[in-house]
Design a protein around this ligand. Structure first.
Ligand SMILES: Cc1cc2nc3c(=O)[nH]c(=O)nc-3n(C[C@H](O)[C@H](O)[C@H](O)COP(=O)(O)O)c2cc1C
Length: 347
């Protein structure tokens, strides 16, 4: 099975990452992503430090050995609790802790964390320093360009300077600001304009920091272009909604030649990935008491095939049948049949 063998994050991994996304980048998605790419850095969904400290750790933080390098993203602003949660994350096998300074939701703002912390750079510095003191793995920060009217390049540079004072070396910048009043989280991912030039300038002015760019990057060509300006690129929605792009990332971003069927975006290769994932889903259904339902895992497969004959039927079959079934192999084979049948019919 083409699974990452290394568990340490090295500089190469940081070239390309799949963004943390609530409700999307759960452990099952990460397993699927790892079937498609050995080297891409993966993130969890954001978890609050309170949930990590008080919640069901296996449920919230459990991860499969074969997920390889994964970054745990935490939300919070209490130095003691964030440090405690970071320690738990390290114990649970994560390779890095990331602090969320980018989420604009009302709930997060009310809890005084996420994007509103762009206005409190010294607090971010102190939280990151406390986490770094508590763990032996790296700590990174994911932030926005700014918030509300405080969106000058200088404000971003001042924020970055404080973060760097904590000793943190890794910054990921979603290259648009967040409007905390009046825009929903979804609107905040599309309405404020992208300003890649701010992030490029940040890299020039803070050359010792490892700076990754995020926001609106939707192809490996665009990733390659950004890598001329910054150290790393993080992709969110495109990675989730066009997962086939991940199948060529090892070769195109990391220069690693594919070693077999998987790791290219051919129909045969993606079918092999779907079958491997079906075996994983079946093993989860059989081995875990009160384990996940089939449709919570199979939903991640829905976008795997696009623009090929039968893709619509593939999606419909998975969406309609998953909630009625406990046989992952039959579910995926049934959906693959549509692709094979339609490909033959239209050949
Ligand atoms: C459904 C969804 C959930 C998200 N959840 C998180 C999150 O938990 N933590 C975070 O830092 N960003 C979160 N984001 C933002 C992404 O990490 C990323 O910054 C944003 O989507 C822009 O990148 P993209 O244009 O490549 O998607 C989320 C985005 C989406 C679409």
């Amino acid at each position: 099975m083409p699974i990452a063998t290394t568990t340490e994050i090295n500089r190469a991994h940081r070239r390309f990452a799949i963004a943390p996304m609530m409700e999307l980048t759960d452990r099952h998605y990460r397993y699927l992503a790892r079937l498609l790419t050995r080297h891409t850095l993966l993130y969890t969904e954001m978890l609050t430090c309170q949930a990590v400290i008080h919640g069901d750790r296996d449920y919230l933080l459990g991860k499969h050995d074969s997920e390889g390098p994964v970054v745990l993203q935490l939300g919070g602003s209490d130095t003691t609790d964030m440090a405690r949660a970071a320690v738990i994350g390290e114990q649970m096998g994560y390779q890095e802790i990331n602090m969320n300074v980018g989420c604009p939701s009302d709930r997060v703002k009310a809890g005084r964390f996420g994007a509103c912390l762009m206005a409190e750079p010294k607090l971010v510095r102190d939280v990151v320093a406390a986490m770094q003191d508590a763990v032996s793995i790296p700590v990174s920060v994911k932030c926005r360009l700014g918030i509300d009217r405080d969106d000058s390049y200088q404000a971003l540079a001042d924020f970055t300077e404080q973060v760097a004072l904590s000793g943190c070396r890794y910054l990921i910048v979603h290259a648009r600001k967040a409007w905390l009043d009046g825009l929903s989280p979804k609107q905040n991912r599309s309405i404020p304009p992208l300003r890649y030039e701010y992030v490029h300038r940040l890299k020039r002015e803070f050359p010792a920091l490892h700076i990754s760019i995020n926001g609106g990057i939707d192809s490996l060509d665009a990733v390659a272009e950004q890598l001329h300006h910054v150290d790393g690129v993080m992709v969110g929605r495109a990675a989730y909604y066009q997962p086939a792009m991940l199948a060529t990332s090892d070769q195109r971003v990391f220069g690693d030649l594919p070693d077999g069927l998987q790791h290219n975006a051919s129909f045969e290769s993606l079918s092999a990935v779907a079958r491997s994932y079906a075996r994983y889903m079946q093993s989860m259904l059989e081995s875990v008491d009160q384990g996940p339902r089939l449709n919570t895992m199979s939903r991640h497969l829905i976008a795997l095939f696009q623009e090929v004959p039968g893709a619509k039927q593939w999606r419909r079959h998975l969406s309609e049948q998953a909630s009625k079934s406990r046989d992952a192999i039959a579910l995926v084979e049934g959906a693959l049949d549509y692709l094979v049948h339609e490909t033959r019919r239209t050949a």
